[in-house]
Design a protein around this ligand. Structure first.
Ligand code: IPE
Ligand code: IPE
Ligand code: MG
Length: 256
C-alpha cells in the first residue's frame, strides 16, 4: 500500500512501505542521536485543539522513537524536552509541561527500565522546576542507573549556553588557572562528560535552527531537518534520518 511519508528535507514523498530497522542496519549507525522534539503546538492547532494536546500526543512519538533507536542498538539518545527559554511561554502551558513531564516519567519509567534504558537529565535544577518534578526525575535516574543498553538523556530546563556558563563557573570555582582552560577542561565540566557528541541531530517541524540545544556538542554533528511535526514522528522517520546520515560525508575540517 502506498503510504504518505515525509523525507528528511520535509518534502512529501511516497514510499511503498515505511522504512524498517533492517533497511539501515547495514550502514553506519550513529552512536548518539539527539532530537529537538518540535511542532507539538502546531500539530494541535491544526486540529483545533489546545497546544497542550500536542504535548500529550508527543508521548507516543517519544516512546516510538526510543524503541526504534533501541532496535538499532543506539547507545546514546538525547531528547530536548524543555529549554531554558521555554519559561517564556504562557504560565498555563509551562505548568502543563511540568506536570506532563512528571506524569510521563511515572507512566513510562518502568517500561523503559524493563527495556534496559538508563534515564538521565541534562539541565539546570533551578527553583522554577517544581520539587515534585525533581523528585520524580531523581527516582527515575535511581531506578534505571544500572541499565546500559542505552542512555536516554532528557534535556529539561536545558540551555546550551547555560551549560557552557556552568562549565566555566565550575572551572573558576575550582581555581583552574587561565592557561589550563582548554577544550578538554571545558568538556570535562559539561553536564555529562562521559557522553560522546551526537553524530546525528534531528529537528522536527520544519524549523531550521538549534534553539540553544547542545551548542558545544553539536560542533560536528550531522543535522537533519524534517517537516514532520513531533506528535507524528515515528521510528520510520528516525530510520529515514539515519538513511540521510548515511549519505553524508563527515570531514571534521579535514580532507578525504
Ligand atoms: C515542542 O513543541 C515542545 C516544547 C518546546 C516543549 P512546541 O510547543 O514548540 O510546538 P510549536 O513549535 O509551537 O508547534
Ligand atoms: C526547542 O523548541 C525546545 C524544545 C523542543 C524543547 P522551541 O519551539 O522552544 O524553539 P523555538 O522557539 O522555535 O526556537
Ligand atoms: Mg516549537
Amino acid at each position: 500500500m502506498e503510504q504518505e511519508v515525509f523525507g528528511a528535507d520535509g518534502a512529501q514523498i511516497n514510499r511503498a512501505t515505511p522504512l524498517v530497522a533492517s533497511d539501515v542496519a547495514d550502514g553506519p549507525i550513529p552512536v548518539h542521536v539527539a532530537c529537538v522534539m518540535d511542532g507539538n503546538g502546531r500539530w494541535a492547532s491544526r486540529r483545533g485543539l489546545p497546544r497542550t494536546e500536542g504535548h500529550a500526543a508527543g508521548e507516543t512519538a517519544l516512546l516510538d522513537a526510543v524503541e526504534g533507536a533501541l532496535d538499532l542498538g543506539i547507545p546514546w539518545i538525547t531528547m530536548y524536552a524543555f529549554s531554558t527559554e521555554n519559561w517564556r511561554r504562557p504560565a498555563d502551558e509551562v505548568r502543563y509541561l511540568m506536570g506532563f513531564n512528571e506524569s510521563l516519567l511515572v507512566r513510562r519509567r518502568d517500561e523503559l527500565n524493563d527495556k534496559g534504558v538508563r534515564i538521565r537529565f541534562a539541565g539546570r535544577r533551578d527553583w522554577r522546576v517544581p520539587k515534585r518534578v525533581l523528585k520524580r526525575m531523581d527516582e527515575s535516574v535511581e531506578l534505571t542507573a544500572r541499565n546500559r543498553r542505552s542512555t536516554l538523556t532528557m534535556a529539561f530546563n536545558y540551555g546550551g549556553r547555560a551549560e557552557i556558563v556552568d562549565a566555566v563557573r565550575s572551572l573558576v570555582a575550582d581555581g583552574v588557572p587561565a592557561a589550563k582552560v582548554d577544550e578538554k577542561a571545558i568538556r570535562s565540566r559539561l553536564y555529562y562528560p562521559d557522553q560522546p557528541d551526537p553524530d546525528l541531530m534531528i529537528r522536527t517541524s520544519g524549523e531550521h535552527r538549534i534553539s540553544n540545544f547542545l551548542l558545544w556538542q553539536l560542533a560536528y554533528s550531522e543535522l537533519v531537518f524534517t517537516g514532520v511535526l513531533w506528535p507524528d514522528f515515528r521510528r520510520h522517520h528516525l530510520f529515514e534520518a539515519i538513511q540521510e546520515f548515511q549519505r553524508r560525508q563527515r570531514r571534521y575540517g579535514g580532507v578525504t
